[in-house]
Design a protein around this ligand. Structure first.
Ligand SMILES: Cc1cc2nc3c(=O)[nH]c(=O)nc-3n(C[C@H](O)[C@H](O)[C@H](O)COP(=O)(O)O)c2cc1C
Length: 343
């Protein structure tokens, strides 16, 4: 029903408008008594065999909603009903910011892909923390943190520390986002010295806390093996808890969409099917380098249950979807969980 009726209608509108429209409709609809439990009973798969113990947390199943979808923690409670076991809110920056000018999100239907240059539009860590504090659910919440656009890389560590502290009591794990291609020079924070500075600060803040919250780092599919090795060494050195692989890419190779259309869209991060293979390759590399001991959240181009299995077989502990949710609808979460059970 989603692909035959709902999607063609939604795809008539600009992607960002659709995003806001759908979220508003879901919130209204879910306010009707019994709707949420009904939706939950349709989409959720509850089986002990799907449970995963990862970095000290128990995930009901291995499928989560990737960062950027619920940037402001405004609808994670409703989205839990679609069968996700975890949702990563953010990217949250210390101060709220509007992001880039619109339009900033584009569909490439021929490629099962999106290009976005949102630019960390979000309400800021404080408002996000307040929202999370009011609406606790039993689902696992990740807090994806970043720096404000105007903050130079030299002081980026202060921004990460700020957002980390503000969200600390309100999320279950953290993701240090140093790989968004839409904030100029952000990806340089994946360089050895810069990343070491961030890890050092966050781990020393964490050492003062009563409860230790897991910290992961989200990497770009555009890193080469040597750069990934550097990240892995630092993860080990600073006792970080895992990797999220991967963010969107700046590459544009192998697309079926007309080159003129791609050129007209301009800069931004490409997600969906075109990054599937590269993300999986990176997951496989990390899993083999770390003997499968480092938790990996596999994300990038999961548009079918088989795509999710591919990531898990490559060594991912958990998976996340974003573009697949837009193209395939909420039924994808159930399909993935059912397929995992069958295998
Ligand atoms: C419109 C859009 C906004 C995104 N915003 C964020 C973000 O704020 N922080 C982040 O870490 N990743 C963000 N991402 C990246 C996704 O979380 C994910 O890593 C990437 O899209 C690859 O997964 P996919 O192929 O399933 O979409 C965004 C992706 C899209 C399409």
């Amino acid at each position: 029903m989603y692909k035959r009726i709902i999607r063609p209608l939604l795809f008539l509108l600009n992607p960002e408008t659709v995003h806001h429209l759908v979220v508003a409709l879901i919130r209204i609809f879910f306010a009707i008594p019994l709707v949420k439990p009904l939706v939950n009973s349709i989409f959720s798969v509850r089986e002990k065999k799907l449970n995963r113990e990862v970095f000290g947390l128990t995930f009901e199943n291995p499928v989560g909603l990737a960062a950027g979808f619920d940037k402001n923690a405004t609808f994670y409670r409703q989205f839990a009903a679609f069968g996700f076991s975890f949702i990563e809110v953010g990217t949250a920056t210390p101060v709220g910011q509007p992001g880039n000018d619109r339009p900033r999100s584009f569909r490439l239907p021929r490629d099962g892909a999106l290009i976005n240059r949102m630019g960390f539009n979000n309400h800021g860590a404080e408002r996000i923390a307040k929202r999370l504090s009011k609406g606790r659910t039993n689902m696992i919440i990740g807090g994806n943190i970043g720096k404000n656009t105007i903050t130079p890389n030299e002081s980026a560590v202060d921004d990460y520390a700020d957002a980390f502290l503000t969200l600390y009591d309100h999320v279950d794990y953290f993701v240090v986002n140093v790989s968004c291609p839409n904030i100029s020079d952000l990806s340089h924070l994946q360089d050895r010295d810069q990343l070491a500075g961030i890890f050092l600060r966050l781990s020393s803040i964490r050492a003062e806390m009563l409860r230790k919250k897991p910290i992961l780092v989200k990497i770009s599919p555009d890193l080469n093996w040597e750069q990934i090795d550097d990240v892995l060494e630092l993860v080990d050195e600073f006792n970080m808890d895992g990797i999220v692989a991967t963010n969107t890419t700046i590459a544009r190779e192998g697309l079926s969409t007309a080159p003129e259309k791609i050129e007209k869209i301009g800069r931004g991060g490409l997600s969906g099917l075109p990054i599937r293979e590269r993300s999986t390759e990176i997951i496989r590399y990390i899993a083999s380098k770390t003997d499968g001991k480092l938790p990996i959240i596999g994300v990038g181009g999961i548009l079918s249950a088989d795509d999710a299995l591919e990531k898990l077989r490559a060594g991912a502990t958990l998976v996340q979807i974003y573009t697949g949710f837009i193209y395939e609808g909420p039924g994808l979460v159930k399909k993935i969980n059912k397929t995992i059970l069958r295998h």
